[in-house]
Ligand binder design. Structure first.
Ligand SMILES: [Zn+2]
Length: 264
């Protein structure tokens, strides 16, 4: 059994075939967390989770939606009480997709949005799924440092840094707080960076999970196809290879980690 801890079946790319994607995954004993990025996709994630066994939902507003979406506290709070909602997010800090002319204004809105998510998660005792991406021209790790300072100050560490893309020193800082990281099909890419490989090798086995981030980031073996939860198997295989471990062991402990972290 595997758990894809981060997929976007509620996104447009899956409009026509999310049922088939779920079926293909469930036939191979893959469970999944369907992650919302705005109110509409959060709502749809809940609908999908309600209609399929082995599918769970996470609800939140992605930092790139800070300009076009309000975080409706009472709606998100009500939905967070549902059994199928197992996490808050994805949310976080994004320096990549922003209008540089309004940089300070947008980043301060992202900080407020992140605070709202952290407060809600703390109140409901739910984990948080975090996104972070550095700016196009800034040095590596700036968005992660920005995110780190907010998380540290707020003091709620039941968080996962999804699709982790920082360096090992940054990963260690978050791990020291008690946060988890998760890896996508990028670990299978021919051009996967030395930095990422080092993190995959070094992170303790009880501190990371696997995900597809589908429909994005199809693993190397499926390049050109639309990514889907079933392909999380390639992520586990890639990690087993990098860490020189047995595939079955990686499958077993990453599943256990996801069950514990998301309380499934
Ligand atoms: Zn995502």
């Amino acid at each position: 059994m595997l758990i894809d801890t981060h997929c976007h079946l509620s996104f447009k790319a899956f409009d026509d075939d999310w049922q088939d994607a779920v079926k293909r995954a469930r036939e191979k004993d893959v469970q999944m967390i369907c992650v919302g990025a705005a109110r509409a996709t959060s709502e749809k994630s809940i609908t999908i989770a309600q209609s399929c066994d082995g599918v769970f939902a996470s609800i939140g507003v992605h930092p790139t939606h800070v300009e076009d979406e309000d975080f409706n506290q009472s709606w998100f709070s009500d939905q967070a009480d549902r059994d199928e909602v197992v996490a808050i997010g994805e949310t976080g800090i994004d320096h990549y997709h922003l209008d540089e002319a309004k940089r300070d204004e947008i980043l301060s809105k992202q900080e407020d949005l992140l605070h709202s998510h952290l407060s809600l998660a703390k109140e409901k005792d739910l984990p948080v799924i975090l996104h972070s991406r550095d700016g196009k021209t800034e040095s590596t790790g700036e968005a992660y440092n920005h995110l780190y300072s907010i998380i540290k100050e707020f003091g709620y560490y039941k968080c996962v840094l999804h699709c982790f893309g920082g360096d090992w020193e940054t990963a260690q800082k978050f791990l020291d707080l008690g946060c988890m990281v998760s890896f996508t099909g990028i670990v299978t890419f021919k051009n996967a960076s030395e930095t990422l490989i080092k993190i995959v090798k070094n992170v303790p086995k009880d501190r990371f999970m696997i995900e597809t981030d589908s429909p994005y980031l199809a693993p190397q073996a499926m390049r050109g196809k639309q990514n889907e939860p079933l392909f999380v198997e390639y992520v586990a295989k890639g990690i087993a290879e990098i860490r020189s471990e047995e595939y079955d062991d990686v499958a077993q402990y990453t599943t256990k980690n996801a069950k514990t972290f998301f309380n499934l």
